[in-house]
Design a binder for this molecule. Structure first.
Ligand SMILES: *Cc1c(COP(=O)(O)O)cnc(C)c1O
Length: 446
């Protein structure tokens, strides 16, 4: 029984679940999608909250530029390039059987400074927000201060009395660990069994306390939450429930809007924008989608992508049960090489708030993820980790569905003017031998 209903009843009520439980690649369109204005009202956060987050990141920019040399060219702003991938668009057209009208881009969070993944947005933002509130409360920072003052022995001594804890499959731990250790915090990262060895080694080299679990992400998060409950000086960054993480991710949308403008890419009713976001627990893609909806409303379509073995957000949304269901309830094992997406139970915080703003979810097999990273390497010379490739097939999934095209008035004139962005969420810190083995695996699959 799942939520008081047998599996066969679930399958009868939601036919797309049949493919999901059989681990076949599936595309699901969200029947609860609402016009953006109505959907946004359910989020409980607004553009003002995103402004506040963007302002906070600006206050920290001089500090970040000082302590992380890689952020100096962007004056301490952590941002990634948006690049057209016409070679990949062509290669995928061959692979999936039709030429994609419009233009395909990749948003390269794989090369975000400091930690090389989308977690450099939310994770670093939440550490900075926490540091700021502690520093202001104690008088270490006064309003209007130069935040470079935080790069001092006194500030580090102050933060060393505080601990930050987090549960992670790897990349969130990496972002939070590197940022928090730099400020002087004590850091504990609770790592799930999926986490790669090099991520644990790297964190330990920054003085981070890494606790390993022979269990999945949800268990690692639960352990971190418990540790924080036992200690008032420990601040737990809750990947399943954090508004701060969500807002840190949301800031990406306005940066993207500026990049589109710089490239003279129009977004309006006749020039629709489609964004394909690899989804783990949901905070990263949910936050980015929220930000995009506040800016582009109904002209942007946000779609989540998950591994066939970790279809947690899809299941949470299809069933409407969000964090109360896990892939295990449906007999799915949550075993995937896409470690950033290896999440068996979705965030209810994100699922509930975003349930009327997401066009749909689709799943991708691990083999296909490996083929995609190899194709991207061949076609564009870009290297990403398996999780980050999940957004690439998105346009072909959506446009193969005549009903979806009809429902959104996507006629050939509009599609010819459409922009499709695959959010390439990570890969910049993957060691070269590991990346080479990913590519070999993709090449062997052909
Ligand atoms: C974490 C992660 C995601 C997904 O973000 P969630 O907030 O877990 O949904 C996607 N890609 C990569 C590389 C990640 O590390």
């Amino acid at each position: 029984m799942i939520m008081g209903k047998s599996l066969s009843d679930w399958l009868a009520d939601c036919p797309p679940l049949d493919d999901v439980v059989r681990l076949r690649e599936t595309t699901w369109f969200n029947p609860a999608l609402l016009p953006a204005a109505e959907g946004l009202a359910a989020v409980g956060l607004t553009a003002v909250d995103i402004d506040d987050a963007a302002d906070r990141l600006k206050r920290f920019a001089p500090y970040l530029a000082e302590v992380f040399a890689q952020t100096r060219p962007s004056a301490g702003i952590i941002e990634s390039p948006l690049v057209a991938i016409s070679g990949m668009q062509q290669a995928l057209g061959h692979r999936y059987g039709f030429t994609l009208p419009g233009q395909q881009f990749a948003k390269l969070d794989s090369v975000l400074p400091i930690s090389g993944s989308i977690k450099a947005r939310g994770g670093i933002y939440e550490v900075l927000a926490h540091a700021e509130s502690l520093a202001v409360e104690s008088g270490l920072l006064t309003p209007g201060a130069d935040y470079r003052a935080l790069n001092s022995p006194q500030a580090r001594e102050f933060f060393s009395h505080h601990t930050i804890a987090v549960g992670s499959t790897g990349n969130l731990g990496l972002s939070i660990g590197i940022m928090a250790a730099q400020l002087g915090f004590r850091v504990t990262v609770h790592m799930s069994a999926d986490a790669r060895q090099w991520k644990k080694d790297l964190l330990r080299s920054h003085g981070v306390n890494v606790i390993e679990y022979d269990a999945d992400y949800s268990m690692a998060v639960a352990a971190g939450r418990q540790q924080a409950l036992d200690d008032p000086l420990t601040y737990f960054i809750d990947d399943e429930n954090s508004a701060r993480l969500f807002l840190g991710y949301a800031v990406a949308a306005r940066r993207l809007a500026g990049q589109l403008q710089a490239l003279e890419v129009q977004v309006d009713a006749d020039h629709p924008l489609f964004v394909y976001l690899p989804c783990g627990v949901g905070g990263g893609p949910g936050g980015v989608a929220f930000g995009l909806k506040t800016l582009f409303g109904d002209d942007v379509h946000c779609v989540f992508a998950e591994p066939t073995h970790s279809s947690s957000m899809l299941l949470g949304m299809v069933t409407g049960a969000h964090e109360r269901v896990s892939v295990a309830d449906f007999g799915i094992d949550n075993v995937t090489a896409a470690d950033g997406l290896a999440v068996g139970r979705p965030s209810g915080f994100v699922g509930r708030r975003m349930q009327h703003l997401i066009d749909g979810c689709y799943t991708v097999s691990d083999d296909e993820l490996f083929r995609l990273i190899w194709l991207l390497h061949e076609a564009e010379g870009l290297d990403v980790e398996p999780s980050a490739a999940a957004g690439l097939p998105g346009p072909w999934r959506l446009l193969s569905d005549p009903h979806y095209r009809e429902e959104h008035d996507l006629d050939s004139a509009r599609l010819a003017q459409a922009t499709h962005i695959a959010w390439a969420t990570g890969g910049g810190m993957v060691p070269a031998p590991e990346m080479a083995s990913y590519l070999d695996r993709g090449a062997a699959l052909g």
